[in-house]
Design a protein around this ligand. Sequence first.
Ligand code: FA5
Length: 347
Amino acid sequence: MPGRALLDMKSRLDGLLKEAVVCVEGAAVDKDALLDIKVRYLGRKGGVSSFLKELASLSAEERKAAGEAINQVKDSLEGLIEGRLAALEERARTLALEKERLDVTLPGRRFPLGRRHPVMQVMAEIEAIFRGLGFDVAEGPEIEHDYYNFEALNIPKDHPARDMQDTFYVTEDVLLRTHTSPVQIREMKRVKPPVRIIAPGTVYRKDSDVTHTPMFHQVEVFMVDEGVTFAHLKGVLTQFLQGLFGTDTPLRFRPSFFPFTEPSAEVDIRCVICKGAGCRVCKASGWLEILGAGMIHPEVFKSVGYDYERWSGFAFGLGVERIAMLKYGIDDLRLLFENDLRFLRQF
Ligand code: FA5
């Protein structure tokens, strides 16, 4: 027969368990309250532990039964609270996942892709053609000395040819280069012949209408060797222009004048906008001038220290925007510089 003390303890344990269960039910979704309840009933100084002190006053046999009863209450309370806490955690996790849910079936966002400006595309194409013909690429400064831009190219200070190109001056002797021809001088002073060089770059002139802008691009091409003739110039030019525009595009050479070449020519291509019928781009002539060319003048060879008795060479400078206009059928040069994305995206 169990003693009174044991029976009494069991009934109090039972009461404690019932009370704790009511508390746990009441705190169903409150994690902090559950943790408080856990401390209150299961902590070292908590309700269940206080029963352990009473064990000393029981007989050995009763002590065992009482210990079991205490452990049972402890286990079931622990199980209940831990179960609730786990359920709460699970719920919080589900809610978070629900909130952060990604719809992997949505189409991705496209990154806006830039592309090369049509002028740069044409420049790269020109470069590739000449690299294929064995030319090296060189560059020079855009802010240039009068000497390289004019003097050394046989255009002295009082020469009327200076009026051919309206110049932006920085100081009396420093200017924004008006053409890429100064790179001829810089390169020929740097290396001995034979040379084959192309020099793409930006140039500046006080100029503005449908076929002229104050900033534009040129590519200078020149070759110096023994026995270079006008026939080589014509051959290289024909091959280049037909490579760029297709073999059926007519070209024409017109006699012209540049102080740094003799003889000199201007090369026109049949206007691809109007196919020769006449339009505002070709000023109703059916032809569009795209480059100036000629055999390098002995005075230029003198200023770079080349023996003009031994070496000869040709040079030409072409307008990249003009070529871009012709290649893409653009009828106003200024469109290329307005940076309207609707226009630029077409290329
Ligand atoms: C020259 O600039 C010479 N340096 C070219 C040259 C080089 C001749 C080597 C002989 C030997 P010109 O001023 O004609 O030449 O210009 C050459 C090309 O640049 C023109 O055919 C044209 O296509 C282009 N161009 C000239 N001015 C403008 C401008 N304001 N806007 C856009 N393109 C231009």
